[in-house]
Design a protein around this ligand. Sequence first.
Ligand code: FE2
Length: 428
Amino acid sequence: MSTSLRYQSGFGNEFASEAVAGTLPQGRNSPQKVTRGLYAELLSGTAFTAPRAENLRTWLYRRRPSVMCGGYERIAQPFLKTGAKDGVASPPDPMRWHPLPMPDEPQDFVEGLRTVAVNGDADAQTGIAVHLYLANRPMHHKAFVNADGEMLVVPQQGRLTLTTELGALAVAPGEIALLPRGMAFSVSIDGPSRGYVCENYGAHFRLPELGPIGSNGLANPRDFLAPTAAFDAADAPWQIVRKYGGALWAAQAASSPFNVVAWHGNLVPFKYDTANFMTIGSISFDHPDPSIFTVLTSPSDTPGTANCDFVIFPPRWLVAEDTFRPPWYHRNVMSEFMGLVHGQYDAKPEGFKPGGMSLHNSMVPHGPDGEAFDKASSTELAPHKLDDTLAFMFESRWRFHPTEFALGCGALDTTYADCWATLKDNFR
Ligand code: FE2
């Protein structure tokens, strides 16, 4: 496979790519004989009859169809959990975790998945899971196919190379990748790698509507990059690991699943550099709701009430006058799971570390810590650049259940509530 990666641009586009000139059928999808002896295979990301604006599917032209792998057997991955049923009860307190250290034992991306919070139900195609990944070796001749959901990968440390059926994506911290449900991928690493994954059982992530913002802004479609066709020419066996209804199943395939020579369609993996996010904020007073920072949204069947919003808090200028500039104190019917890629988060300058996490579930009070409140209440309100920072939130209408691992892994910050202890009664 080529080491210099080329991409195609545009969220939602109909793409076409061929690694060998002339192999993509023209004028039809399934000719009686595909050029050069390839097999045609359709991957449907939505029901056939989904509305045109939501319909996602891609045609693959490959050396062997993916049906040529069977006899799956269950394999263990005790840290990978699925749906609210796999979570445990937790008190209605704000929760926070320190970064997890890299493991000593060798583990690849799939072996290194640690589910920290779950909601919804993969069988009902609703809800999400939040996983960490801790990987220190590549998935050598192993491919992962997740039938339970698409995977939004947020690297925090280490650059990943994601080989997919449609080609490869290189993704570094500060960038994100979106991997479609059911599409095989394999992860290579440059060194010890850590990050976050939102496994989305629900409706596909898409760009949010812009309403009065207009036709530009936030995450612009052209900054989403899809791969170009590339195929594995070697004839070596591969292990295929499928996540299916919460369990992992493995089988040996005689050859690589990355054997797609040409493809066309709109169901594609994407990468996106958050540095391209056009951040919009207040230029008068108060600050908008954090939904103004939404990169991608997975809607539920209730308008405006997301199965999951992926929201970032990127570098930006704060200029609002007579305004308490950090996030306000807050109780939210939605549930908020946060991570930090690098830098500081303005509401929690000290205790929230890169690689760490926090969970403020539905109706759990939260807000700036005592230090952040004191500083923001008394500082001179000159224009101020929040720089070198990238926090993010997976916000869901479904309450998160932490996993046993999350509560017992030793990273839970048992002193989190102390950060509000210095808030005084200032009433005069
Ligand atoms: Fe909040």
